[in-house]
Design a protein around this ligand. Structure first.
Ligand SMILES: Cc1cc2nc3c(=O)[nH]c(=O)nc-3n(C[C@H](O)[C@H](O)[C@H](O)COP(=O)(O)OP(=O)(O)OC[C@H]3O[C@@H](n4cnc5c(N)ncnc54)[C@H](O)[C@@H]3O)c2cc1C
Length: 376
């Protein structure tokens, strides 16, 4: 079926909050970012309303690979070059803190398994080597693995194990987070699309739409590229082959096994990069064919595919999100453009925006300043 395996899980309805008159903060988007932001604001006593066009986690938050990784989209050594050593360290520390926060909030939707970044060839091994050295130099936990167990043996040329990382059932997690926000008093309006920011009556507005920017702010649409990712899930395999999330070929191939031994495989976007730079949320036979072949290679047989789907994430030119006040739009905030790494960053950035609205001036926001890319 062409719907997300994660979203298909049965769940308790999210508690309803009686609609109030006006609100202090209106949030557009009911994924991890919007729910994280709403949770912190509602806990602090602000009147909050989340507008979600579909259902909570119905966007990328319920359609992703379920990897909860430290850091941003670039590897750590690349981030050091791009941001400078201190800011890269700050970003990595932020996400490590938020992995701990995720563990505290997510219950059984999160497993602290670590993750494995694999080298597909000699060149990628050299890149892994550089990341490993940079992480160790700056005191971040990382393990080098030369010996790889079957079915990785002979296929990959070394790996870095990142012990801080983990695996999510992302829809279960974000529904849980939405429940926490609602219990704290946030109103969640599902099935309500915001056509224009002008229709929102609130002192502050937060745009939390990642890759689904679609027309709310032309400046944002110009900078955040909607990017399609496709995923397949198999029937439960007889054996556990993979104990944690695995990724390789610069993240273009990624996979993990669920607790009931299903294989979740995503990626192959590089087989048609131009076509996959789209906001159209549908699967294609080309990418699905690649994913199916890859499932066959990993399992040694053709495990039946039970679910296949597409989702959209937002990519920025420097692969860092835009998080903070929108220049020249008084009272409008954005947190979007995680460039494929929004599970932990979305939680972190949604909370950072909430803290900023509460007047706490979190220093990490400086890393993601929207004005660096956003022309008004
Ligand atoms: C296939 C795929 C695999 C991925 N794998 C990973 C991974 O393994 N690890 C990782 O860290 N990240 C991954 N990502 C990225 C990650 O899923 C996203 O960055 C993250 O979920 C973004 O969360 P969000 O809340 O900001 O946005 P979303 O979850 O996309 O939520 C935005 C919501 O806004 C709603 N919306 C949009 N416009 C409007 C409007 N006008 N009015 C009302 N509602 C509106 C949408 O319906 C949507 O639900 C992946 C993404 C995809 C698509």
């Amino acid at each position: 079926m062409t719907s997300s395996y994660w979203l298909s899980e049965a769940h308790e309805p999210i508690p309803e909050v009686e609609p109030g008159e006006g609100v202090d903060v209106a949030i557009v988007g009911g994924g991890v970012t919007g729910c994280a932001c709403a949770h912190v604001l509602a806990e602090a006593g602000r009147r909050v309303r989340v507008y979600e066009a579909r259902e909570i986690a119905g966007g990328a938050s319920g359609r992703n690979g379920g990897f909860a990784l430290r850091g941003g989209a670039p590897a750590y050594d690349v981030a050091r070059e791009q941001l400078g050593p201190e800011r890269a360290r700050e970003l990595w520390r932020l996400t490590e803190r938020y992995l701990d926060r995720l563990e505290k909030l997510a219950g059984d939707a999160f497993r602290r398994t670590g993750s494995l970044r694999l080298a597909a060839d000699r060149d990628e091994r050299t890149e892994l080597d550089a990341e490993y050295e940079a992480l160790r130099e700056d005191g971040f936990a990382a393990e080098w693995h030369d010996e790889l167990p079957a079915p990785l043996t002979g296929r990959y040329d070394g790996a870095i194990f990142h012990p801080a990382d983990g695996s999510l059932q992302p829809a279960r997690w974000v529904r849980r987070l939405a429940g926490l926000a609602a219990e704290s008093g946030a109103e969640l309006r599902q099935g309500q699309r915001v056509a224009s920011l002008a229709e929102l009556e609130a002192d502050q507005i937060v745009i939390a739409t990642d890759g689904y920017t679609n027309g709310l702010l032309p400046g944002l649409d110009a900078v955040v590229q909607p990017t399609r990712g496709q995923v397949v899930v198999t029937e439960p395999l007889e054996r556990r082959l993979f104990r944690c999330p695995h990724y390789t070929r610069h993240g273009y191939d990624y996979w993990q096994q669920t607790p009931d031994n299903r294989l979740v495989v995503g990626g192959s976007r590089d087989r048609a990069l131009d076509i996959e730079n789209t906001a159209e949320e549908k699967t294609t036979s080309l990418i699905q064919g690649h994913l199916e072949r890859f499932v066959g290679e990993l399992t040694g047989n053709s495990a039946a595919i039970t679910h296949r789907w597409a989702g959209i994430f937002g990519t920025t030119p420097d692969r860092l999100p835009l998080v903070g006040p929108v220049p020249d739009h008084e009272g409008v905030w954005v947190s979007a453009g995680y460039s494929g790494h929004g599970n932990v960053m979305g939680l972190a950035c949604g909370e950072l925006v909430a803290q900023a609205i509460l007047g706490q001036e979190p220093p990490e926001l400086e890393l993601f300043e929207p004005a660096r890319l956003l022309a008004v």
